[in-house]
Design a protein around this ligand. Structure first.
Ligand code: DQA
Length: 145
């Protein structure tokens, strides 16, 4: 079975980007950790990062045809702005967990609202890279393996 991990804008800078907020791991570190867990479980993991909203919409749409069973997504700043990505997730009807490295609720008020949370199976915030791991384990436990 197939799990897709989506990373939104600026997450390609992880490791050097505000490490006090987002941690010192790079995106490659996080993806490698997730890949190892998926391998152990016999699941297939695809990862995709983009700084472009349309590219993320295209990847979500493509997930409908490529056998993706479950999506783990950190929409990053698009969390707070992207009706287009929300609509894409609703259209493909693939269950997803929303992850944020930081606790968006203890940050600026404009980060408190998400266009995704009410559609998500669940939301994990503030646990750093461990949040992605928890989301992946949950996806695997729900049969996406
Ligand atoms: C983020 C939180 C967002 O508010 C921010 O724009 C990000 C990352 C997080 O993982 O904590 O880019 O999604």
């Amino acid at each position: 079975r197939n799990i897709l991990v989506l990373h939104g804008p600026n997450l390609n800078l992880l490791g050097t980007r505000e490490p006090e907020v987002y941690g010192s791991l790079t995106l490659a570190d996080i993806d490698a950790r997730l890949g190892g867990i998926a391998d152990e479980a016999g699941a297939r993991l695809s990862t995709f990062q983009s700084n472009h909203e349309g590219a993320l919409v295209d990847r979500i749409q493509a997930a409908r045809g490529d056998g993706t069973d479950f999506i783990v997504i950190n929409p990053a700043a698009y969390t707070h702005t992207s009706i287009a990505m929300r609509d894409a997730l609703a259209a493909v009807e693939i269950p997803f967990i929303e992850v944020h490295l930081s606790n968006i609720h203890r940050r600026e008020p404009f980060r408190h609202h998400s266009y995704f949370s009410d559609l998500a199976v669940g939301v994990i915030v503030g646990l750093g890279a461990d949040g992605y791991v928890a989301a992946l384990r949950c996806a695997l436990a729900r049969g996406a393996a």
